[in-house]
Each structure stands twice: as structure tokens, then as C-alpha cells.
Design a protein around this ligand. Structure first.
Ligand SMILES: Nc1ncnc2c1ncn2[C@@H]1O[C@H](COP(=O)(O)OP(=O)(O)OP(=O)(O)O)[C@@H](O)[C@H]1O
Length: 256
């Protein structure tokens, strides 16, 4: 079933489906024959927290970039919230990323000259969506409601990453993509950040796809997906860190 979403400004063909993200045979090759990602099929239901793991060079970033509409796959198709992204123009794709996708990176990429609250509200501003208190609510939900007037530099690294999570959630996106969100944090601070992502899924029904090297981080997810040489090598429901560690060690040995 197709329907039109939003006003003329945001109208895109959309198919109603339960999955927040669907990859159908998504592959990515580069010139000179490098195959970063073999064709991958993957459906991520709404309200799921998926961890993507694998040895260095296994294709994790490539998968995330293609799934998030930051890179165009060389084969297959990606649907975000039922919207097929291949036919979209660059402008429409930018708009879709802004309105329906949230990003959390290892380096939180906050704008230093804006206040914490303005940083959280930025995706609304860029999308010309009125901030009806949503930015304030998002900041409250990461426990930083009192710090809205501060500049990012006045916050710790962990607090800045929490602001980045609030910013990623403020538009209520279909999917939040997190690329090594705890890579620069100490273990205790990393736990706080992972707990927030978990809360976003459990309490608010968000969908999170997180690339990580850390088995302890993957253990916060509902499922861990392992890539090796651009292919899905394993999938584990309710991963625990020792199991994840063992799979990673095995994949590392095979790659050596
Ligand atoms: N722009 C590019 N041009 C050519 N090859 C590329 C390009 N980007 C990535 N690759 C290759 O694609 C493969 C997968 O890379 P990718 O960055 O997705 O791996 P990864 O699992 O995220 O690695 P890491 O954990 O080290 O970040 C690697 O062999 C890499 O060298």
C-alpha cells in the first residue's frame, strides 16, 4: 500500500511496513574491484536495537553508510520507514536523512558556538519544524535538562555524547544510526550512553543500529550481527559479551 507522507515539501512514496529498515541485496563495490559489501539482506523491525560487529575492514561502516543513505549502494535497495531511497534526488535524500534518520558518531559533532539546547533543536530548525518543546523534552530525557544554556565545551565527553543522542532523537526518526558511540568514552561513561540508547528503544520504541568493536557494548543490543569480508557471518539474539567476544576472536582468526 502506498501513501503520501507529509506536505508537498516532504512528500515521498512510502510503503507501509513493520520494519524500520530494510536492506534488499545491498552491496557496495569500489573502482578497481574492491568489494566492501557483498549483497546483504537485512530487516530491522521497529523498536529493535541491533549491534553490527566484525573485524576491521569487514564492511561495518559501508553497511551503515548505505543503510543510512549517506552512501549509494552499487546493488540492491534500501528502505527507511517504507521509503525506497534509491530513486530520491540528493535534495530529497538529504531531507529524508534530516527528518527520518538520527545519527550519533564517535565524535559527537556538536556545534561549539551554539548552546546545548540549540544543538539539540538544530535538526528541527534545519527541517523548518517548529520546536514545540521537543528539544527541551529530548534534553530532559538524557538527564541534561539543567544544562541547556551551556556551551558544549562546558560539558564532559560523556555529557556531550548524551546531547548528541538527544539531538538524534529530537525528530523521532525511523532509525538512529550510531557509529562507535562509546569509542571515545571510559567504560563507566560508555555504560551511561548505552543505557540511554537502550532506554530510547524500550521506553520510546526507537530503532537503533549501532556499529561497535566492543563486545560489552553489543551486549546492550537485542541482536548482534557479525560481518566478515563483507558478508553476514553470524547473527546472535540477546548477545552476551563473552559469546560476542568468542565470535569476534573466531572471526579474527579466520581473517588472519
Ligand atoms: N572509498 C573507498 N574506496 C575503496 N575501498 C574502500 C573505500 N571505503 C572502504 N573501502 C574498503 O572496503 C572494505 C570495508 O571497509 P569498511 O570501512 O566498511 O570496514 P569496517 O568494518 O568499518 O572497518 P573498521 O572497523 O576498520 O572501521 C575495506 O576493505 C576497505 O578498505
Amino acid at each position: 500500500m502506498f501513501r503520501r507522507r507529509g506536505s508537498g515539501r516532504t512528500a515521498v512514496a512510502e510503503v507501509a511496513e513493520p520494519d524500520a529498515l530494510v536492506l534488499d541485496g545491498v552491496g557496495r563495490s569500489y573502482r578497481r574491484g574492491t568489494v566492501a559489501l557483498e549483497p546483504v539482506d537485512l530487516a530491522v523491525p521497529r523498536g529493535r536495537f541491533l549491534a553490527v560487529m566484525g573485524p576491521s575492514g569487514s564492511g561495518k561502516s559501508t553497511l551503515l553508510q548505505c543503510a543510512a543513505g549517506l552512501d549509494r549502494p552499487t546493488s540492491g535497495s534500501v528502505r527507511i520507514g517504507g521509503v525506497e531511497i534509491a530513486p530520491l534526488s540528493e535534495t530529497a535524500l538529504t531531507r529524508l536523512r534530516r527528518e527520518r534518520v538520527g545519527f550519533v558518531f564517535q565524535a559527537h559533532n556538536l556545534v561549539p558556538s551554539l548552546s546545548v539546547l540549540e544543538n539539540v533543536a538544530l535538526p528541527l530548525l534545519l527541517g523548518e519544524v517548529p520546536d514545540d518543546g521537543r528539544a527541551r523534552d529530548a534534553l530532559d530525557s538524557v538527564g541534561l535538562g539543567e544544562r541547556g544554556a551551556d556551551r558544549p565545551a562546558e560539558l564532559s565527553g560523556g555529557q556531550q555524547q548524551r546531547v548528541a543522542i538527544a539531538r538524534a532523537l529530537v525528530t523521532s526518526p525511523e532509525v538512529v544510526f550510531a557509529d562507535e558511540p562509546t569509542g571515545a568514552l571510559d567504560p563507566a561513561t560508555a555504560q551511561d550512553v548505552l543505557a540511554l540508547l537502550r532506554q530510547a528503544v524500550d521506553r520510546d520504541g526507537h530503532t537503533v543500529v549501532m556499529v561497535t568493536h566492543d563486545p560489552a557494548a553489543a551486549a546492550w543490543a537485542d541482536e548482534a550481527l557479525f560481518l566478515a569480508e563483507g558478508r553476514i557471518a553470524a547473527r546472535v539474539e540477546h548477545p552476551d559479551s563473552s559469546h560476542v567476544h568468542a565470535i569476534m576472536r573466531d572471526l579474527g582468526r579466520r581473517a588472519a
